[in-house]
Design a protein around this ligand. Structure first.
Ligand code: ZN
Length: 459
């Protein structure tokens, strides 16, 4: 797998046009994760002394989680006074690097070091908000990106929420020119998606010109505990509203198969399929479809052995629905046993837990299920957004060799490489493409051929 030197140097020799084919278009980027340490400093410089860093227990939470004694005011002052050492300390405090890997809690606190500032900035009025957005977008432009779809969720009551989304959409629109296009995707909170959805529709109704920029909805943040079936009614409404408003089409993307320790691997694979069946056009991550099941279960003691009765029942219903296709794909489906299990589970509460340890045969079946779902996604034209570094640092992928991307690349599924939170991880889309070349047998040419132009997947 390690063919680093050769491929890295050949990327540098690539004609500019071919490099930009892949490294000029990022389809999975969180706006609040797009601020690099230097952007944090630029945004923080005029306001860091006014910000209440103890608000919402930020300081205690950060220091407890990272076992440190962060003093943000001193940190910013030192970074401004000493661009070398002081800035390096700010960067260490903020960037979620390879040494932090695997700990989602640490990630969230480092992410909040910026989002605390971001929240304060938004309270200062639209000029500050627009200046912050411009800071991130201009950074992307300097990196040579020409097409970015930004995700940014906001807070507040309906009117406030709508205003913030409007400011964000207008700020992104004002950054667009012949060289650069930005789209805006609004994430819906999985625990209560409807109010944000309605706010987006209302905004587009009042400001129809924004429908050129505000083109999508995402389901993101906490995944565990929110099965795709919960969002069936919302997707139905989305499809109806799209039919009724052809000029204001919204397309759904969906984070799935990224964090799935709460369930069996069969269910994790099924969720990716179900998100596509709901009508999502692109799926974020789908680690569950590419991580080898033997590796997945080795990540924690008894990993993926327990799941809710409701999940097991959903899985049985799915297996009975797709029995013919699953068998064709080489998965053993015992209908009689499944129906007997269904009957015996009926005596349990839906929020009870069932435990099912893994056997080598079951792990093999799960590999077949992954192939089955990848084929289903391929046939349906669904796109997987793969974020290599993000998966390693916060997605529970143990190392480059076992990265899901190998399996995804080997399939025929539509695939694009993205950064997720480039600023927080201190990565660029170009460095992610280089990572892929370094850790796979693809050459710049063959990778460009396998992936094609990611811009064809834009919303
Ligand atoms: Zn993401």
């Amino acid at each position: 797998m390690e063919t680093a030197v050769h491929h890295f140097s050949s990327l540098l020799q690539l004609p500019a046009m071919e490099t930009r084919l892949l490294s000029g278009c990022d389809l999975h980027v969180h706006l609040a994760g797009s601020f690099y340490a230097e952007d944090l400093l630029a945004i923080g410089a005029p306001i860091f002394r006014e910000v209440d860093w103890t608000d919402r227990d930020f300081l205690d939470g950060y220091n407890n989680s990272l076992d440190t004694e962060l003093d943000p005011i001193k940190l910013f002052a030192a970074a401004l006074a000493d661009p070398e050492n002081g800035f390096a300390r700010l960067k260490t405090a903020y960037v979620f690097g390879p040494d932090d890997s695997g700990d989602f809690d640490r990630f969230m606190w480092k992410y909040r070091l910026f989002s605390h500032l971001w929240g304060y900035g938004w309270e200062q009025g639209w000029e500050t908000a627009v200046a912050m957005i411009r800071q991130a977008v201009e950074h992307h432009k300097r990196q040579g990106l020409d097409f970015v779809e930004y995700r940014a969720g906001f807070w507040g009551e309906a009117t406030e929420l709508r205003q913030k989304m409007q400011i964000c959409a207008e700020a992104l629109a004002s950054e667009c020119d012949e060289q650069f296009t930005a789209h805006y995707i609004v994430p819906l909170p999985r625990n209560d998606p409807l109010p944000t959805y309605l706010a987006v529709r209302q905004l587009l109704h009042e400001q129809p010109q924004l429908s050129r920029i505000l083109v999508g909805l995402d389901f993101s943040s906490q995944e565990e505990g929110f099965p795709p079936r919960l969002f069936g009614p919302l997707f139905q409404r989305l499809h109806q509203d799209n039919e009724a408003n052809p000029a204001q089409q919204l397309t759904a993307v969906y984070h799935v198969g990224e964090s799935f320790f709460d369930k069996s691997l069969e269910s994790a694979v099924r969720w990716c399929h179900e998100a596509a069946l709901l009508g999502a056009k692109r799926l974020g991550h789908c680690i569950a479809l590419g991580l080898d099941p033997a590796v997945a279960v080795s990540r924690r003691p008894q990993a993926h052995e327990a799941e809710l009765v409701s999940e097991r029942l959903d899985q049985i219903a799915y297996d009975l629905r797709f029995v013919r296709q699953l068998r064709q794909a080489g998965v053993a489906v015992d209908v009689t046993a499944l129906k007997a299990e269904q009957r015996s589970l009926a005596s349990l509460a839906l929020d009870d837990w069932v435990e099912r340890p893994y056997t080598p045969q079951r792990l093999q079946d799960i590999r077949q299920r992954q192939t089955f779902v990848l084929n289903q996604l391929t046939q349906a034209g669904i796109v997987i957004e793969c974020c290599p570094t993000s998966n390693l640092r916060i997605g529970g992928v143990p190392d480059a060799e076992h990265h899901p991307i190998h399996r995804l690349l080997a399939s025929r599924v539509n695939l694009c490489i993205c950064t997720d939170d480039p600023g927080t991880f201190d990565i660029t889309l170009a460095s992610e493409i280089e990572w892929v070349l370094r850790h796979t047998n693809f050459t710049p040419d063959s990778l460009a051929q396998r992936l094609g132009d990611p811009r064809r997947f834009r919303l």
